[in-house]
Design a protein around this ligand. Structure first.
Ligand SMILES: NC(=O)c1ccc[n+]([C@@H]2O[C@H](COP(=O)([O-])OP(=O)(O)OC[C@H]3O[C@@H](n4cnc5c(N)ncnc54)[C@H](O)[C@@H]3O)[C@@H](O)[C@H]2O)c1
Length: 451
């Protein structure tokens, strides 16, 4: 790292120090030496999360927004207006294509908050352009994309934070420490769940129509198959279609699964079996409304339960969460806090451990700011973030494999070295059918960039 060269000095060379990446890398390193310099952001995807992440970054008082991009002009304008409000009037450039953001040399950070089917292409191009990336979860539409994103991050030396914000919450960290200190004993089973009752209509159906004015629908589809515009497949509700996302597995379980694998320090499942279907909801989503996945993680069994047609909504207690079952008792953890229940067998052993207080309870609150601040700090110091893509990848492998098993309609065995599905535990018979679901077909002109 050249700490004697400042960013401004490098910029004043007009990019002649070295072409492309080398120049960008030098700029980053120089910036790391200038710890107080403001960072410049470009926002790609100006829906709910793009706007919110931008908002959090701006409110740190350490960042300026230079440009916002959305294929829907209205979304971009709304986001630019919010940024101007926070910046005391300075309005960012509004751009229709994200390439303009990648081309701007003054932009350090990109927020990628498009629907999942766009993440990988934009991420890979952003890496090659030398940007640091705050990328929403799940990082990818499918497993093959995730692998390439990990490789690109390494090759181009980028700082990446994935939007799995629970890792930055104090009460999740406390629960993690409690378990990792062995206080729950040996854990043999974990469980994640997310519920909601949207029966019978679900999100309802809508006829195909013309796209709204100001929307570049072809660009919204990007790598996904060409089909007529339908409002149910568009803003917000695209997440219930496999063309763009992974249903509840990618929308919610990725948050819960992230904590399980982070706490348990187990990277990949050995086997995955999903049962479920679209049993009740009357809308035309193609992801399931009911699902139960059983994972074998080698030293413990993990189950994931999802219902969209029965249960409390995810945002009230009991609507989402996870449980860790150890030889000393159970720890329940959610966005509201955590609770332990010691097993009776240990209550008599007064010198045993903290579980002799059997119903300990800690309140929690989930906020995004610490996660964003961690990213900004790491962009400056070039340290690894709390949710780097190389740690997120095994999480999305587990999540996507739940759908692979669902679609293939059978149990699969994962070879973590070959990154392929097999039909047997000894990994001798390739599971061709399941392996079809590890990637996708890309529409012409929207292929996945090589690394
Ligand atoms: N971390 C969290 O807690 C959390 C919560 C909700 C959503 N998410 C994730 O955030 C991402 C965005 O979700 P959302 O709810 O904001 O979706 P959304 O539909 O509200 O917003 C997505 C925006 O991206 C735009 N877009 C689509 N293609 C584009 C392109 N090629 N270039 C530029 N803009 C494009 C759309 O027009 C839309 O405005 C998803 O990956 C989702 O899984 C994360």
């Amino acid at each position: 790292m050249n700490r004697n060269v400042t960013r401004r000095e490098l910029l004043s060379t007009g990019g002649t120090v070295a072409a492309g990446l080398t120049m960008n890398t030098l700029l980053r390193e120089a910036r790391a030496a200038e710890a107080n310099e403001r960072l410049t952001i470009g926002v790609i995807g100006c829906g709910g999360m793009g706007r919110y992440n931008m908002d959090c970054m701006q409110r740190t008082g350490q960042c300026d927004v230079a440009a916002v991009c959305d294929i829907d002009r209205q979304q971009a304008e709304r986001t630019a207006a919010r940024s101007a409000e926070l910046a005391g009037g300075h309005t960012p450039e509004i751009v229709p294509h994200y390439q303009r953001i990648l081309d701007r040399k003054d932009i350090d950070i990109v927020i990628i908050a498009t629907p999942d089917h766009w993440h990988a292409i934009q991420f890979l191009n952003a890496c090659a352009a030398g940007k640091d990336i705050y990328c929403e979860k799940p990082c990818c539409h499918n497993i093959r994309e995730g692998r390439r994103m990990v490789d690109a991050t390494k090759k181009y030396g980028r700082v990446v934070q994935i939007g799995t914000l629970q890792r930055s919450q104090q009460h999740f960290q406390e629960a993690r420490d409690f378990i990792q200190q062995g206080k729950l004993g040996k854990i043999t089973m974990t469980h994640t769940y997310t519920y909601e009752n949207e029966s019978p209509q679900g999100m309802g159906n809508a006829p195909d129509s013309e796209p709204p004015s100001g929307v570049d629908y072809n660009e919204w589809l990007g790598p996904a198959p060409l089909r007529p515009f339908n409002s149910r497949r568009f803003h917000g509700s695209w997440r219930w279609y496999f063309d763009y996302a992974a249903g509840m597995v990618g929308d919610w379980n990725v948050h819960l699964q992230d904590i399980i694998q982070w706490v348990m320090r187990t990277p990949y499942p050995v086997s995955v079996n999903t049962e479920g279907g679209h049993y009740v909801l009357e809308d035309d989503r193609d992801t399931s409304d009911t699902m139960q996945t059983v994972y074998d993680f080698g030293s413990y069994v993990q189950t994931f339960s999802m219902r969209k047609a029965s249960g409390k909504p995810w945002y009230v207690p009991g609507g989402h969460g996870m449980d860790f079952y150890g030889t000393n008792g159970m720890l329940h953890l959610s966005r509201s806090g955590w609770r332990i229940e010691g097993d009776e067998v240990n209550w008599s052993d007064r010198d045993n451990h903290e579980l002799r207080t059997p119903n300990f309870e800690a309140k929690g609150r989930t906020v995004y700011e610490p996660h964003v601040q961690d990213f900004i700090d790491c962009v400056r110091t070039r340290k690894t973030t709390i949710a780097p893509i190389e740690e997120h990848y095994p999480i999305v492998v587990a999540c996507h494999l739940a759908n692979v098993s669902y679609l293939a309609k059978h149990k699969i065995f994962w070879d973590r070295e070959k990154e392929l599905c097999f039909k047997d535990r000894k990994l001798t018979v390739l599971d061709q059918e399941a392996n079809e679901y590890l990637g996708r077909e890309y529409r012409k002109g929207y292929e996945l960039p090589e690394v």
